[in-house]
Ligand binder design. Structure first.
Ligand code: SF4
Ligand code: FES
Length: 383
């Protein structure tokens, strides 16, 4: 049920269900589509152990059920076990989103003993040379495979995560097979979203129409084949879609992110909307930020919506799409998501598809990432 935030006249959401804690921006990998901002938080800015635990406590009191421990690489935090224990003791369902780098067998056992509920392990591909090239880290893929084995031995439920893009879309069937082999319960294959680092690398990452069609067909076939054995979550390429997704389940409706230094964001890319100011858990209680914070109320309800969204029958399904994408492509965070076919800015998406997929499509089909040299531009790795 949607309610009005007391005393503000603004439309607020129900209590949040999920919090994503970006424990740190530090990470040994350098993925060119990293969801962290271009300007990374420094280690000395990070919330302390006690500040994080207090934030978890406030989140649980607010109604949060799911806590995603993320980064950067959350295993870069020495206090990861203590943070997990504290979250579990608060009754939060704990999900560790990790590259696996920084985990040892002993640490996995301690996380299991701490009560960690679930792990999402990211991979960059299924073959070491190509996967390591994407991650910018030699030996990373082999390490991830070892971590998957330790997680299985510890009995921690596993989801395998892969961001797919122009250079690895030919591996989708292999990614799904690898998930089965590693004993994962789910595999999440998300087509790259163009914010931040991924936008910088758009020419190297944009899938072609042909790749997108093949990927969809493979996912459908594999879903039928593996029904009951593996759940396949697939997030298709939204530039090729007719309507946008309900990004974050709607702005300020279902969950929020906390950055390493304590800023509370409606989504991971929200800081690209420069006119918004974001509250910090060091200065304001989480409940006040969620219900009354200016950034959270900026795009709740439909009062902010322009046409065609305001009178559209889908406005309660996708909430006008992604605010950050509107900012990036239309220069206006209040605009209809340009992915939408009804958007007056749709040509900005079509132009990017054309500009970024013209180069040598035949050379990027069904071949190993490591075989691709030119003409795709080299990655600009995250710093
Ligand atoms: Fe969604 Fe707005 Fe497009 Fe309607 S016009 S489908 S609400 S983005
Ligand atoms: Fe910010 Fe979609 S990424 S609203």
């Amino acid at each position: 049920m949607t309610v009005t935030a007391e005393g503000t006249g603004q439309v607020a959401a129900p209590p949040p269900i999920a919090m994503l804690a970006e424990l740190t921006h530090r990470c040994p990998l350098a993925c060119p589509y990293c969801s962290n901002p271009l300007e990374l938080a420094r280690a000395n800015e990070e919330l302390s152990t006690s500040e994080w635990i207090e934030t978890f406590r406030q989140a649980a009191a607010l109604g949060v059920l799911h806590l995603h421990l993320s980064g950067g690489e959350p295993a870069s935090r020495r206090d990861l076990i203590d943070l997990t224990k504290a979250a579990v003791s608060l009754g939060l369902y704990t999900n560790l989103i990790t590259s696996g780098l920084g985990l040892t067998e002993a640490r996995v056992d301690k996380l299991s003993a701490a009560g960690l509920d679930h792990v999402q392990l990211s991979i960059q591909g299924t073959r070491a040379p190509g996967a390591d090239h994407v991650a910018g880290y030699d030996g990373g893929h082999a390490r991830k495979m070892a971590v998957a084995g330790w997680l299985r031995n510890a009995g921690i439920p596993l989801t395998l995560n892969a961001v797919c893009h122009r250079r690895n879309m030919g591996e989708i069937e292999d990614i799904i097979s690898l998930a089965v082999e590693l004993g994962a319960r789910r595999v999440e294959i998300a087509t790259v979203q163009f914010h931040g680092w991924a936008m910088l690398n758009q020419k190297a990452l944009m899938p072609t129409m042909d790749q997108v069609a093949k990927a969809t067909s493979i996912v459908e076939t594999m879903r039928a084949r593996l029904e009951g054995a593996l759940v396949i979550d697939y997030i298709p390429a939204d530039y090729y879609a007719t309507y946008p997704k309900a990004c974050m389940g709607g702005w300020g409706r279902a969950g929020f992110n906390v950055t390493p230094s304590g800023r509370v964001l409606p989504c991971h890319a929200a800081e690209t909307i420069k006119h918004l100011a974001f509250d910090n858990v060091r200065a304001r209680p989480l409940g006040e930020i969620w219900y009354n914070g200016g950034a959270f109320n900026a795009f709740r309800g439909d009062g902010w919506m322009p046409e065609p969204c305001r009178s559209c029958e889908r406005k309660d399904i996708d909430f006008g799409g992604c605010r950050c994408q509107a900012m990036a492509l239309a220069g206006d965070a209040s605009a209809t998501d340009p992915v939408c076919r009804k958007s007056p800015h749709r040509k900005a998406v079509d132009r990017r598809i054309i500009d970024n997929t013209e180069v040598n499509d035949t050379e990027v089909r069904d071949i190993e990432v490591s075989d691709i040299e030119t003409p795709l531009p080299p990655f600009r790795y995250r710093g």
